[in-house]
Design a protein around this ligand. Structure first.
Ligand code: SF4
Ligand SMILES: [Zn+2]
Ligand SMILES: [Zn+2]
Length: 326
């Protein structure tokens, strides 16, 4: 098959766009579509400072690379979860992020969960009754938001792709999770201490972000996190892939159709956010879930509370957080 834009051999055919492209024509197409999504949802401008949450995987590293290539001011933020496994998952992931940081000349901030919470994710899982992913998700959301606030970033960007978003939407519709449906959108505006969050890759399939990474020689971690349960999500992804195969464009139509009616799921009154009495970050309770998790972990470990995370003033928080940057 030939490239639609030049006589070279195509490396990818995208049936949903009825488009075949060669390696040379692929990146310009991909960047153009990224820019269109950013504008469509008014995600950010070239005056904004963007913090890209990078995990070492293909989606987030491609996003960082693409935003830099488009001329945006984008730095990376890596959370070292302390997950080893047989292939030293966290170490490898961090290394891939460092490599891209050096290559594009943008700053990579690294925060270690073991230092912030008092234990790495595998130990937190053992010390609490929570699943690894539940504790990990809570910690990542908290640290990302707090870092963006303290280091004065305007927006947090994540590499969620179309396959992720559609599988989550499918699951939320299947279980009528109204609260989650209300918040599933490529842009969540800043409010009461919560930084703006955006997903510029929301219209790209996993295959498209993989091809971007390969064409641009971005080294990424191919192994999944050893805690990735994924069984249910994977079965939804398989099901949706079959539907997409039969009728290309189904996933995009499903997602766009939902975005148009999403307002129906808006909660009449979102719970008011107040500053956590321990750390000052926004929460609906007196003490936020992150601080409660730290207390639990440190009580179980018989440690004294870490001054960096509990009962600290905002000015010293800034010092502590920014000192983690690399
Ligand atoms: S799979 Fe779970 S534990 Fe692993 S990085 Fe993702 S959320 Fe964290
Ligand atoms: Zn071409
Ligand atoms: Zn707190």
């Amino acid at each position: 098959m030939r490239c639609r834009k030049c006589p070279k051999k195509a490396i990818i055919y995208m049936p949903e766009h009825r488009l075949a492209l060669c390696a040379a024509c692929y990146s310009p197409w991909f960047l153009d579509h990224t820019e269109r999504t950013i504008r469509k949802f008014k995600m950010f401008t070239r005056r904004d400072r963007i913090l890209v949450a990078v995990s070492g995987g293909k989606d987030s590293l491609s996003l960082w690379h693409a935003l830099h290539a488009l001329g945006y001011e984008a730095d990376g933020f890596y959370i070292d979860l302390g997950i080893m496994g047989s292939d030293h998952y966290s170490e490898q992931s961090k290394q891939r992020c460092r490599e891209l940081s050096e290559r594009i000349g943008r700053r990579l901030h690294i925060v270690r969960v073991a230092e912030r919470v008092g234990a790495p994710i595998p130990e937190i899982k053992d010390l609490t009754a929570r699943e690894a992913c539940s504790a990990c998700g809570l910690i990542k959301r908290y640290l990302m938001n707090r870092y963006a606030l303290e280091a004065d970033y305007d927006v947090i960007a994540t590499g969620h792709n179309l396959d992720d978003e559609v599988a989550v939407l499918f699951s939320n519709v299947l279980h009528w999770n109204r609260g989650y449906l209300a918040r599933q959108y490529p842009v969540l505006d800043e409010r009461e201490g919560l930084k703006k969050k955006v997903k510029p890759f929301v219209y790209f399939t996993e295959k498209q972000t993989t091809v971007y990474a390969l064409v641009n020689r971005i080294a990424y971690v191919r192994d999944e996190c050893p805690y990735a349960l994924g069984a249910t999500t994977l079965s939804y992804k398989d099901l949706l892939a079959q539907l997409e195969h039969q009728a290309p464009g189904t996933k995009r139509r499903f997602l766009d159709g939902f975005y148009q009616i999403r307002a129906l799921f808006a909660e009449p009154e979102a719970a008011a956010l107040v500053p956590c009495s321990r750390c000052g970050q926004p929460t609906t309770a007196e003490v936020c879930a992150y601080c409660r998790l730290i207390e639990h972990v440190q009580r179980r470990r018989g440690l004294a509370l870490a001054p960096a995370d509990v009962n600290t003033s905002q000015s010293s928080l800034k010092q502590v957080l920014v000192s983690d940057s690399e």
